[in-house]
Design a protein around this ligand. Structure first.
Ligand SMILES: Cc1cc2nc3c(=O)[nH]c(=O)nc-3n(C[C@H](O)[C@H](O)[C@H](O)COP(=O)(O)O)c2cc1C
Length: 471
């Protein structure tokens, strides 16, 4: 379907699959075909007429929204000239002019966005098109006779006061409204069984509406889990950010809080934020009074050195390099809309960012004492071993575990086991009994060290050659 951006709205539309938001109205049943900050496009089952009076929109999660107004006057639901001329069966374009009605629409859009993300992640290739994380440009030197036993391998790790069996983290992912609670529970049980920490996805929906807090209440079932709360920089604007973060922590009894930095995602997102001034000062203020460790995470474009240094100065407890090569949020946001301009820009930036291995190496060399997580395109135990060798304390895994969780809890257990056994195989076959011995087994190609230099690493050989024993 072609939806002209300028037909009913100044903002581009997101396009929905038909089951996400169904419509009940005086004009009959239908579904929301597209949505913008100030407009709806509805396909009615029988005729292309507009409703008068109230319009009920029911989301796949069961939540319903009421939009009030009359179609034919200057009230909140306002028919456009374009829709007057649409033949029957054509979608109805409805412009929302009333500010209160627009607030309802904004809520609707937030909730639908999460369902769209899950659906797109489950059904579409949304990773960086070249899959380049940088791990292919580093290797662990094999050792044919390591004089080690599988049983002696020590994969344990401490991070932000927690002790874990493996250097893995189930990274924060929103599960949406309909499936969020079940996805989080499956992930939480598997994390606890594997002895690793877990992050939840953005708690925004529950901070806006406490009725949704149950989605994140995994500690009721898995009380010993090390749990990391989550909020985005876009939510900190124009509010009491410290109070918001404290509520996020209290809501789930979080052991730490992650603030995600996602500028690329916001700017390509139809309804995203465009102003990122003042965030560093907010982070410093939050960190000072939060009461639990604060982790700052990128979500796929990579944390650069300059930003990382500022965050260290702000006193944050840990950083997640969130590098490029795995899930591409730019591409996902493009998939949500049929607006040609947004789709084109989003596709352009599908592979944008500092590859995960490069970002991790840069951060570790510049900030030797900082607890670091490597996330972004980590797809097997060998990637984990390489990331640890480059200096990661933990490796965050997203998309593969989300897809497993959509299948079953067993699938998450199995996926984590494959990561764990791959890591141990890499350790044994390279002669590293503990995680601390992995850096000595690392070899990095010239292409890799060239990248480090181009991303701001000093060219002096000791800096580039750390860890200390390259071939
Ligand atoms: C479905 C989905 C939802 C996500 N939601 C969030 C979120 O709410 N907050 C956040 O900080 N990161 C979120 N992420 C980003 C992940 O934490 C991670 O940084 C990213 O997916 C890269 O890792 P991957 O390549 O292993 O997927 C989400 C990822 C996925 C796949």
């Amino acid at each position: 379907m072609l939806i002209r951006d300028d037909l009913t709205s100044a903002a581009p539309f997101v396009t929905l699959r038909r089951h996400l938001a169904v419509v009940d109205s005086a004009a009959g049943a239908g579904f929301v075909q597209a949505l913008a900050a100030d407009a709806l496009v509805i396909q009615f089952q029988d005729v292309g007429t507009l409703p008068s009076g109230s319009l009920t929109i029911v989301l796949d999660a069961g939540r319903s929204f009421q939009l009030e107004g009359k179609a034919h006057d200057s009230g909140p639901l306002d028919r456009t000239t374009a829709s007057l001329t649409t033949p029957s069966k054509a979608p109805a374009h409805i412009r929302i002019t009333d500010p209160r009605q627009r607030d309802i629409l904004a809520d609707l859009l937030t909730l639908i966005r999460k369902s769209q993300h899950i659906e797109i992640c489950a059904t579409t290739d949304i990773e960086a098109s070249d899959r380049y994380t940088g791990f292919s440009d580093v290797l662990l030197r094999p050792m044919a006779l390591p004089e080690l036993s599988w049983a002696d391998l020590d994969t344990s790790r401490t991070f932000l006061g927690g002790r874990f069996a493996l250097p893995l983290l189930i990274t924060g992912m929103t599960g949406g409204l309909a499936q969020g609670a079940e996805i989080n529970l499956r992930l939480a049980r598997a994390a606890a069984a594997a002895g690793i920490p877990m992050g939840v996805g953005s708690q925004r929906v529950a901070l806006d509406n406490p009725q949704h807090a149950a989605i994140f209440a995994v500690k009721k079932t898995v009380p010993d889990l090390f749990l990391i709360g989550n909020i985005g920089i876009a939510q900190l604007r124009g509010v009491d950010a410290l109070e918001l973060c404290q509520r996020a922590v209290e809501m789930i009894s979080a052991d730490a809080l992650a603030i995600h930095v996602n500028v690329l995602q916001e700017v390509v997102q139809v309804e995203g934020d465009r102003d990122f001034r003042g965030v560093l000062a907010q982070i410093a203020a939050i960190r000072e009074r939060l009461g639990v460790p604060l982790l700052i995470k990128e979500v796929g474009a990579g944390l650069d050195l300059e930003t990382a240094r500022r965050l260290q100065e702000a006193g944050v407890a840990a950083l997640d390099c969130g590098g490029k090569g795995g899930t591409s949020w730019s591409f996902i946001e493009g998939e949500r809309t049929s607006a040609a301009v947004t789709r084109a820009v989003a596709a352009t930036f599908r592979d944008w960012g500092i590859p995960t291995a490069v970002a991790m190496a840069l951060l570790r060399r510049d900030l030797p004492q900082m607890p670091l997580v490597a996330t972004g395109g980590i797809r097997d135990g060998l990637d984990v071993a390489k990331a640890v060798a480059l200096g990661a304390d933990l490796c965050g895994i997203g998309l593969p575990l989300l897809r497993a969780a959509l299948l079953s809890e067993d699938a998450v257990h199995e996926a984590l086991l494959i990561f764990a056994q791959g890591l141990k195989t890499a350790m044994l076959c390279s002669g590293a009994r503990t995680l601390h011995e992995l850096p000595r087994r690392l070899h990095q190609s010239r292409a890799f060290t060239d990248q480090l230099t181009s991303y701001g690493m000093r060219a002096s050989s000791d800096a580039v050659d750390f860890p200390p024993h390259p071939i």
